[in-house]
Each structure stands twice: as structure tokens, then as C-alpha cells.
Design a protein around this ligand. Structure first.
Ligand code: ATP
Ligand code: MG
Length: 700
């Protein structure tokens, strides 16, 4: 390991040609534009080590920045490991978030630029925003205050002043919690309240960046000292930079150009907080002499996963799509990604838990499995199903369902009314949850909507319980809810990860389940409200792309046709799966255990055992002669096309080609004969049985 002599070979040996080009590029601007899993993070850490080994820069003169504490920690640990491996002092490199860097610098420069007035970091802007709203005569509840705080953060990150706010939101077609004039007024009051405290200035996180930039921009001595100290800058996930962070970066650089950036415009998923890939995409315009490297080899995922990722992003539109990169999978082949539809969300969660269990039993460690969803409120069903299956899990980037504030409040409200007389338990629960935010329709505003989603999930859970046990009463229900809450053990590091797609960025697992992929959840309905071709919908597509590219080997995509068991099956799969899910995927249905009963399936022509999924589906060996009614097959295909167009779903969701072939070969005369065909379960029988039987009958 540490032999004292830096080993250049160990820094370059396991890189491909393009990665090596980025690592070896002379000091100066370098831009790595590359898709997920192509080794961007690996490349920049190697570049830093290489610059240090070559004596081009001292480790303490490098400033590597990224956007989240987790990503900064990941970068530090990779640098430390490299240092040990190659004997390079890379552990002395600063790898921090933009905010941490600015905070440290401001602490150092503040007395010189401001003088005696001290400053204090405003960890949470909640109370000041609440005061600002009050001063503007805005009646703001907790969620409104949080949403207002979110708007102020977006505006500041985008370098938008209160005066410019209204125009800017109109231009950005931004979803805002109240009218723009009111938000602008609150924003203005907020800024005044912060600066007008006697003695100390209150600075929020964005102020740290603003003041750092201003100190360097306005004071040549500060600029000089800073620029002597840091000479080389590196930014990971550069597509996430905000205009404010870019301003700080510009101040750091001055006239210099020693900057390496890496990013993937197709992974831009934080536009709503002000992040923009334009600085990444415009990099070579700003630095015409920059070394620009594109990486296309994906080292993370199997070719099967990579191919699906390529298909998901192929349909993207707009500027970021122009930078689309076609990934080429480098790993050995693996299983095909699977698609599964379920009658309802409870069945979906149970089905996923079952598959998770199978993976664990066949050797995949639980910590290498993730279930990813669009919004945190979706975690409940999975916490429940995994608990039931006895599988440990941890909820990342959000608390567990029963730890959410509104759910704790809801349980308290139910407890208080435990003796309340009622006709219908679901109705009573809805009445009690209404004051907490469970309105008829979901409200505007991100925080309010999150709260609503969680309460709606709780109400749905009650509906399900009552549907199964009509005699259920409130005390029993409460007891059971508390038991559920208690049975979910505190976070376990070795468990399956439950996370939102946003929280999964930059991470990787052997097996990934992307769940709830129904239109309205993915893309989410409020994005669809901007129009099917809107930028908001494009951001949702990129989010799905981020999800797909987290998987190394196993990838399962699923959705439910109804929310609650027995509910109307009115949902359809995500529009992003159109043309992405293969037409001949083994039928998109959940596991059909009933069929597993009895002897292995045999060929109806030669009576040999059937092994391949296609053969089982056709109920004959693929090599045995087909007795197919080709005209019927053509009619069935026409019928399927009509139905799929009416329902706006991909054709395979109605029936796969193999199922149609099996129908055209076996000519089922009644419902029993129809369900005997693999790919046709109770739901499809109910939905399409009469149509299909009528078509068959018309031919005989
Ligand atoms: P993301 O866009 O998701 O952040 P990334 O481009 O930063 O991905 P990395 O995390 O650096 O990708 O690399 C993805 C995986 O591929 C890691 O497990 C990394 O160790 C591996 N990898 C990268 N380059 C190579 C290579 N040349 N040979 C073998 N493995 C590699
Ligand atoms: Mg990365």
C-alpha cells in the first residue's frame, strides 16, 4: 500500500482512454460531459491526485466542491483511498460543499471587510419568514411559511431580487404557493428583518455565498489573498450549479482558468431549487481552449440496464437532450429488466417485498437492494410490506412514515376521539384528519402537498383495513397502527434502502426496484399540469433516468392499476415506458403462483417438458409445429391496437404477442380455457375476456 513513492501507474492503470485524457490534460479548463456511471467522480479524483503527484499543485491549494454533504464525504473518502493506494497526500485536499467553503472563507474575511458588526448563521429561516409574512399581513400557516421559505431560497439561488421576483416566476412558469406580489413582499420583509437586527447581522445559507462573492469581488486585497491560497478548482455534478454558486466560483477564479468540471445535463433534477445545466453546457464557449472529454462507457450497469436507460432518455426534448449521450454498457450481461403491473398498491408492495426476499435468499446482500419512489409518502406501503416479510430496511432522505410530523399528529387526533360515536370508520378518520390538512383535493405548495399525500396514505390504509374487516372499530385500529409504528425498527445500516429518486442521485446498488410508475405519480400530476411537453415533465423523465441508472444488475419497474384493493383500475403505466418496455416482455403481470401448482408444464404437441418462458407461454415447444389461426391472430392484434389506443397504454400491457399467439393457437371457448393461458389472470379475464371470446367464437 503506502510505499512512500507515488505510483503514477496505479493512478492511470485502470482508466479508459478518455478518462485518462481528462486526467492527463494540462492545468487549465477541463470539462467532462458524461452520462451516469461512466466514471466522472472517479476521473476527477484521479485528476486531482495526478496534478498533486506531478507537482503542479500542492494538495492544500486544491478546492473540490460539490453540492451535498454526502457527495462531499464520498469525494473525501475516494481521495483518502487513492492517497493510501498511490502514496499521494490527497487527503489534504479540501473536498467540501459550496456552503461549507463559503462559510469558512467568510469567517476568515468578515472582520476585515465588515468590521465590528458580527454575524450569526440563521440555521432555519422559518421564524424570520413567519415574521416577514406577518408584517405583510399574510395569514400563513406552517406549510405556507415553509413554501415561502422555499420561494425565497429559489429566488436567492437564482440571483433574483424581490423586485424581479414576479417577472421571473412568470418567465420560469413556476408553481408558486400564493400570488407573486405577495411572495415578493414577504421576501423583501425577510431581507430587511435579517439586516436590521442591532449589533449582529443574520445570514442565511445563501447569504454566506453572496457575501463571500461580494468580499472577493469588492476588495482587491481579499481577492489577492484568497487566490494565493487556492489555485485549482474542481466541481462534481456541475449540472446542479445555481447562478449564485456560479457567481462564487467566478469570484474564486478571477481571471484564472484552472477549473475542472464534470456533469451530466440529463441528470438535472433540481431545477426547482434554481440549479441549471447551462453553465455546464456553455463551458467550452466560455473557455474555448478547454479540454472537453465525453465518456460513453458505462462501468456501473449491465448492458441490459444501460439499454433501458438509453431508451428512457432517448425521448427527451429540449436543450439538455441535445447533450444526450449514448451509453455503452461495459459489464457482463445480466438479467433483463422486468416490468410488472399489479392490481393495486398493496399488491405491488407485497410483490416487491417478495422479490426482495428472493434476491436476498439467492445471495444479494440487503444493503445492495433499493426501492425507489417518486414521493416520500409512497414509503408507507413498502415499510409495511417489508416489515411483514421480516426484511430490515432504512428510509433515506426522509423519515419513516410513522415518524412524520403529520402522521404523529394524526394518531394523536385519533386517540383523542377514540370514544367518538360513528357510522363509518373511514368517514370519521377523514373528518378527524381534515383539520390537519387532508382536504378533498391536494393543495398547492410543495410542503402542503407532501403533508396531504402522507395523510391521504393514512386514510387509504384505513380504507383497506375496513374493506377487509368491516367490523373494525377505532380503538382496535389505533392499537394496530401503534403496533405497526413500533414494529418498524430504527434505521438499520444493513437493510434494504427505501428512498425517493431525488435522494438516490450519485448512489448505486446491485438491485433496484422502481415502483409506483403510474402516470400521475411518474410523471407526477403537478408536472403534467404544466402540459405534456413542458419542461416540468422533462425533468420527471430525467428523474426516471437517474433511477434506472442506479442499478448495477437487477432492475424491476412496477406500477399499480388502482390505488386501493378493489378500487377502480383506472391507472395506466407511466408515459415514459411507452416504447421502452419491450413488446414481448414476459407478460407484465405479477407473479402468478397459482400456475406453479402441479406438474411442470408440458408441450401440447409433443408432450415434452417446457422450460423457456416463451415455450410455457405458447404451451408448446418453440420448435414444435404451430397450429395457429393466422387470421384470428391478425384480428386479435387489430383489437389489441384499438384497446391500447383507447386506454393510452402500450400494446403489451393489454396482451403480449405471445399471449395473443397462444389464444390464436388454443382457441379458448370459455373463461376457464382463457385463464389457463399464461399471461391471463383474473383481472385481464374480467377486462378483456368477453371481447377475446367473441373474436374466437366469430372464427369458429
Ligand atoms: P453518476 O453520474 O451516477 O454520478 P459517475 O459518472 O460519477 O456516475 P462513478 O461513480 O465515478 O460514475 O463510477 C461508476 C462505477 O463505475 C463505480 O463503481 C466506479 O468505480 C466504476 N468505474 C468507473 N470507471 C471505471 C473503469 N475505467 N474501470 C472499471 N470501473 C470503473
Ligand atoms: Mg458521480
Amino acid at each position: 500500500m503506502m510505499d512512500g513513492m507515488p505510483s503514477v501507474d496505479s493512478l492511470l492503470g485502470d482508466l479508459d482512454d478518455e478518462q485518462r485524457e481528462a486526467v492527463l490534460a494540462p492545468r487549465g479548463p477541463v470539462c467532462v460531459l458524461a452520462g451516469a456511471g461512466t466514471g466522472k467522480t472517479r476521473t476527477i479524483t484521479r485528476r486531482i491526485a495526478h496534478l498533486v503527484v506531478g507537482g503542479h499543485v500542492a494538495p492544500g491549494q486544491v478546492l473540490a466542491v460539490t453540492f451535498t454533504a454526502r457527495a462531499a464525504g464520498e469525494m473525501r473518502s475516494r481521495l483518502r483511498a487513492l492517497g493510501e493506494q498511490a502514496g499521494v497526500p490527497t487527503a489534504a485536499v479540501q473536498a467540501v460543499t459550496f456552503h461549507a467553503a463559503a462559510r469558512r472563507q467568510l469567517q476568515y474575511f468578515w472582520p476585515r471587510v465588515v468590521g465590528d458588526t458580527g454575524w450569526q448563521l440563521l440555521d432555519s429561516k422559518f421564524s424570520v419568514v413567519a415574521q416577514a409574512a406577518n408584517k405583510a399581513a399574510v395569514k400563513a400557516g406552517t406549510d405556507d411559511v415553509r413554501d415561502l421559505a422555499g420561494e425565497i431560497e429559489w429566488a436567492k439561488a437564482s440571483l433574483i431580487t424581490p423586485e424581479q421576483y414576479a417577472d421571473a416566476v412568470a418567465r420560469a412558469r413556476r408553481d408558486i404557493p400564493m400570488d407573486a406580489g405577495t411572495v415578493a413582499k414577504v421576501y423583501n420583509n425577510y431581507e430587511r428583518l435579517k439586516t436590521h437586527r442591532d449589533g449582529t447581522a443574520l445570514l442565511d445559507f445563501d447569504d454566506l455565498l453572496l457575501h463571500t462573492a461580494a468580499a472577493i469581488e469588492n476588495d482587491p486585497a481579499v481577492a489577492q489573498e484568497f487566490r494565493d491560497r487556492y489555485r485549482c478548482f474542481v466541481v462534481d455534478e456541475y449540472q446542479d450549479v445555481t447562478p449564485l454558486q456560479q457567481r462564487v466560483l467566478n469570484a474564486w477564479l478571477g481571471q484564472r482558468d484552472d477549473l475542472t468540471v464534470v456533469g451530466d445535463a440529463n441528470q438535472t433534477i433540481y431545477s426547482f431549487t434554481g440549479a441549471t445545466p447551462k453553465f455546464l453546457l456553455d463551458f467550452s464557449r466560455r473557455f474555448p481552449e478547454a479540454t472537453v472529454v465525453r465518456l460513453e462507457r458505462d462501468y456501473r450497469s449491465t448492458p441490459e440496464v444501460v439499454s433501458l436507460a438509453n431508451r428512457v432518455i432517448a425521448a427527451a426534448r429540449g436543450r439538455m437532450a441535445g447533450s444526450k449521450l449514448h451509453l455503452i454498457g461495459q459489464r457482463p450481461p445480466g438479467p433483463k429488466p422486468s416490468f410488472a403491473d399489479y392490481p393495486d398498491e398493496v399488491a405491488e408492495a407485497a410483490g416487491v417485498a417478495k422479490k426482495v426476499k428472493e434476491l436476498i435468499e439467492s445471495g444479494t446482500p440487503a444493503s445492495e437492494i433499493a426501492v425507489l419512489y417518486r414521493i416520500n409518502a409512497q414509503s408507507e406501503a413498502y415499510e409495511e410490506a417489508l416489515t411483514e416479510a421480516g426484511i430490515a430496511f432504512q428510509v433515506r432522505g426522509g423519515e419513516g412514515f410513522f415518524s412524520r410530523q403529520e402522521i404523529r399528529q394524526a394518531l394523536i387526533a385519533l386517540q383523542r376521539n377514540v370514544d367518538h360515536p360513528h357510522d363509518s370508520l373511514p368517514d370519521l378518520v377523514r373528518i378527524l384528519l381534515e383539520p390537519l390538512g387532508l382536504t378533498e383535493e391536494p393543495p398547492a405548495g410543495t410542503k402542503a402537498r407532501e403533508r396531504w399525500e402522507a395523510l391521504a396514505a393514512l386514510a387509504a390504509l384505513v380504507d383497506d383495513e375496513v374493506a377487509q374487516r368491516p367490523s373494525l372499530d377505532l380503538p382496535t385500529l389505533l392499537g394496530e397502527l401503534r403496533q405497526r409504528a413500533d414494529s418498524r425498527h430504527p434505521p438499520v445500516v444493513q437493510g434494504v434502502t427505501l428512498a425517493s429518486l431525488h435522494a438516490a442521485k450519485g448512489l448505486e446498488w446491485d438491485a433496484v426496484f422502481l415502483v409506483g410508475l403510474a402516470d400521475g405519480t411518474m410523471p407526477i400530476s403537478h408536472a403534467l399540469a404544466h402540459g405534456p411537453d413542458s419542461e416540468a415533465v422533462e425533468e420527471e423523465r430525467r428523474l426516471l433516468y437517474v433511477g434506472v441508472t442506479r442499478a448495477r444488475v437487477h432492475l424491476t419497474l412496477s406500477w399499480a392499476l388502482a390505488r386501493a384493493p378493489g378500487g377502480r383500475q383506472s391507472r395506466r403505466p407511466s408515459r415514459f415506458l411507452n416504447g421502452v418496455a419491450p413488446q414481448s416482455s414476459s407478460d407484465a403481470g405479477p407473479a402468478r403462483p397459482k400456475r406453479a401448482r402441479g406438474a411442470a408444464p408440458r408441450c401440447r404437441v409433443c408432450n415434452g417438458a417446457l422450460n423457456s418462458p416463451t415455450a410455457i407461454m405458447l404451451r408448446r415447444c418453440e420448435s414444435c409445429p404451430s397450429d395457429i389461426d393466422t387470421e384470428l391472430l391478425a384480428e386479435l392484434k387489430d383489437w389489441r391496437l384499438r384497446v391500447s389506443q383507447e386506454m393510452k397504454v402500450p400494446a403489451f400491457v393489454v396482451f403480449t404477442d405471445n399471449t395473443l399467439i397462444a389464444i390464436a393457437e388454443t382457441l379458448p371457448v370459455d373463461a376457464a380455457a382463457l385463464v389457463a393461458i399464461p399471461g391471463i389472470g383474473a383481472r385481464k379475464l374480467e377486462q378483456y375476456g368477453p371481447d377475446v371470446l367473441a373474436l374466437v367464437k366469430a372464427r369458429s
